[in-house]
Design a protein around this ligand. Structure first.
Ligand code: ATP
Ligand code: MG
Length: 156
């Protein structure tokens, strides 16, 4: 189905902010006028709820979360960025965090199952997209998700 990604992002942030009692402020920026895409809205919802939930869980309450959307019609891709000012991911853990039940050494006092990013990866793969991490301990984490604008999910 056709989804307006800007509306999808704004609705998601509103839903997420009402669900979470002590959520850091989420600042959304849309860099494109045309943001229609053919994607699976349910999978997209799982994907970004999990990224926002991590950004909130691994940040202090007074930190900010930046969420941005750019649609590139020339390359036919949507680029989503979720950036937090939280605890960060140690470099040695970064390649393993998409593995089931894997949790980094600096989050052991914070509850979690190590499964959210497994769902995220499945949703990205189903859309033939990619996900990249850039993170520094004590500074924050940036997840960049690039998805084709016209890709209904494939089995993965
Ligand atoms: P849950 O299954 O409830 O989501 P979880 O958050 O521990 O538990 P994942 O979402 O899969 O599991 O994340 C895996 C690990 O990646 C986390 O335990 C944490 O170490 C690291 N991580 C993910 N996102 C962030 C983030 N934004 N900031 C810091 N660490 C993160
Ligand atoms: Mg999680």
């Amino acid at each position: 189905t056709t989804i307006n990604l800007e509306k999808f992002c704004r609705d998601l942030i509103e839903e997420f902010s009402t669900l979470e009692s002590s959520c850091p402020e989420i600042i959304f920026t849309c860099h494109s006028d045309k943001t229609d895409a053919v994607m699976d809205e349910v999978l997209l919802h799982y994907l970004f709820i999990n990224l926002l939930s991590n950004a909130a869980k691994y940040s202090h309450e007074n930190a900010k979360i930046q969420f941005s959307l750019t649609c590139n019609l020339l390359t036919g891709t949507a680029i989503f960025r979720v950036q937090d000012q939280g605890i960060g991911i140690p470099e040695t853990d970064q390649e393993k965090i998409f593995d089931s039940f894997y949790r980094a050494s600096n989050v052991q006092s914070i509850p979690g199952n190590g499964l959210g990013l497994v769902i995220v990866k499945r949703c990205v793969d189903a859309h033939k997209g990619k996900i990249e991490i850039s993170s520094q301990v004590g500074v924050g984490t940036l997840f960049t998700v690039t998805l084709p604008l016209n890709q209904l999910p494939v089995n993965s």
